[in-house]
Design a protein around this ligand. Structure first.
Ligand SMILES: [Cu+2]
Length: 175
């Protein structure tokens, strides 16, 4: 009687230990990634934080200042490099084998994000869920970057939604 009780307790302990390992592994991978955003003149323009969620997807918080008023496309790009003033070093969008645009054929890229509507004072804080953005996508060998464009993303036209020049960029840090 006592013996089988002990065995149950022991197996519970093993299960708890395994659960602990699994949680620790996931938690280590799901830390926040923060990008310090710079414009083409290397002036700081705020931060973007991506929090990969244990339930899937990510929470993205953009806290930006000094941007030109108006509507701007913003995406997660595939390379963790922001060499101004053109920021082409950030590469293309994180595509995940998809085409561009939530309204495009075969879309969307996991890195496609909603447009930013920047008010007259140039400052904007916004947060939203990005269901297709995972730590695996962001933290591959060459990292990733957030890129803000001069024009709105039309959510359709490959490869960038006609969003124009890259006006600000930030590399995600954290491993
Ligand atoms: Cu882009």
């Amino acid at each position: 009687m006592t013996k089988s009780f002990d065995r149950v307790a022991a197996s519970c302990r093993v299960a708890a230990l395994l659960a602990g390992f699994a949680l620790a592994g996931t938690a280590a991978y799901a830390q926040d990634l923060t990008a310090q955003v710079m414009d083409a003149a290397s002036e700081p323009r705020g931060t973007v934080t991506v929090s990969p969620l244990l339930t899937g997807g990510s929470l993205i918080v953009l806290d930006l200042t000094g941007l030109p008023p108006g509507t701007h496309g913003v995406h997660l790009h595939e390379t963790g490099s922001c060499e101004g003033p053109e920021f082409t070093s950030a590469g293309a969008h994180i595509a995940g084998g998809h085409e561009h645009g939530v309204m495009g054929q075969g879309g969307a890229h996991p890195g496609d994000l909603p447009n930013l509507h920047v008010p007259e004072n140039g400052a904007l804080k916004v947060e939203y869920f990005a269901p297709a953005v995972t730590a695996d996508l962001l933290m591959d060998g060459d990292g990733s970057a957030i890129v803000i464009h001069a024009d709105p993303d039309d959510y359709t036209t490959p490869p960038t939604g006609n969003s124009g020049a890259r006006i600000a960029c930030g590399v995600f840090a954290g491993e």
